[in-house]
Every structure is written in C-alpha cells, then in structure tokens.
Design a protein around this ligand. Sequence first.
Ligand code: APR
Length: 174
Amino acid sequence: MAKMNVVKGDITTLKVDAIVNAANQVMLGGGGVDGAIHRAAGRELFEACLEVPEVRPGVRCPTGEARITGGFKLPAKYVIHTVGPVYCDGTRGEAEKLANCYKNSLSLACENDCRTIAFPCISTGVYGYPIDEASEIAVRETKAFLAAHPEMEVIFCCFSERDKTIYEKLLNTN
Ligand code: APR
C-alpha cells in the first residue's frame, strides 16, 4: 500500500525532506502558499530562486514543470517549486498540466533522495482549479508514482477541513 497521508495545517511547519510550493512561472514569490513559504524560508529562498535560470524572459519554471531549491529557514530540507495551470474551463489541457506538476515534483524529489514530500493543493486557490478534480489528479498521479517508489512517503497538506475531508475520502478508496 503506497504511503499517502493527509494532514490539515500550514505546510511551512512540516519537517519533511521536501515541501512543494504552488509557485508562478516567474518563481520569485507571490501570495497564498507561495507567500507563506517565502516568508518562512527567509530571503535566502528568494536569492536561490533568482539563481534559477530563466528558460525565457520572465519564466524560470514553465507550467507543469518543477524546480528545486534549499529550504533555508524552513524545517524542510528542500522546496520543490511547481507551477500549476490556471483553471479556465477544463478544455485547455489543465488536467494534464496539473498531473505533470505532481509527476515532475515527485521525480525531482526522488532524484534528490527525498523520502518524505508534502504537497499543498496545487492550483486550487488563486488559480481556481476545482478541488474535487484537482485532488483526484493529485492522488491518482501520486499513487502511480509510489507504486514504483515504495520507499517514499507523500503527505497532502490541506489548509482547510473541507479539503482534508475530500482527500481522506479519496485515500480511503485507493
Ligand atoms: N500551507 C498549506 N496550504 C496553504 C497555505 C499554507 N501555508 N497557504 C495557502 N494554502 C493553500 C490554499 O488554501 C490552497 O488550497 O494552498 C492551496 C493553493 O492555493 P494558492 O496558494 O493560491 O496557489 P495556486 O492556486 O496554485 O495559485 C498559485 O498564487 O500565490 C500565488 O505566486 C502564486 O501566482 C501563484 C498562484
């Protein structure tokens, strides 16, 4: 049984190998969980993000991809920055892009010998992705990845009781 757990709380407090940040393509901070992670990690995180090369002007991390930096003042060793899709109407490839966020973040964590990784509910805040569909994609992709990497453990860190309940239902049927 793949090791997936759900907690409700602030992802910046989790002592795991890597926490995932729901960033934007510029990757220099923002609001929501991005703002919380940058505030908790301190200025060094901003400086580490500046070091990440732009793939094109103003874009360090294209939607669906992931980049890794240190965690600095966070209890987590690493921050994996990923950029979720902005949800329009579900016909613009949003599901595939969101799936890629989980796949690429998990691969990057594995490549950096992370055994424990925590995800926020990517794209379900400012980017407007409906939580029901987004959580199904998150659990499906994570389960598939963990089947090949049974040594890893994934924590879904929800910020609300509602989101936690949605994830718990999915995990009880997986
Ligand atoms: N810990 C865990 N989850 C959190 C925290 C926190 N400290 N703060 C917010 N969240 C939750 C939100 O409640 C939501 O469920 O993270 C989820 C993702 O919401 P956003 O942070 O708004 O991220 P997203 O929807 O992916 O939008 C990304 O928002 O902050 C900007 O720079 C960011 O432009 C990017 C966009």
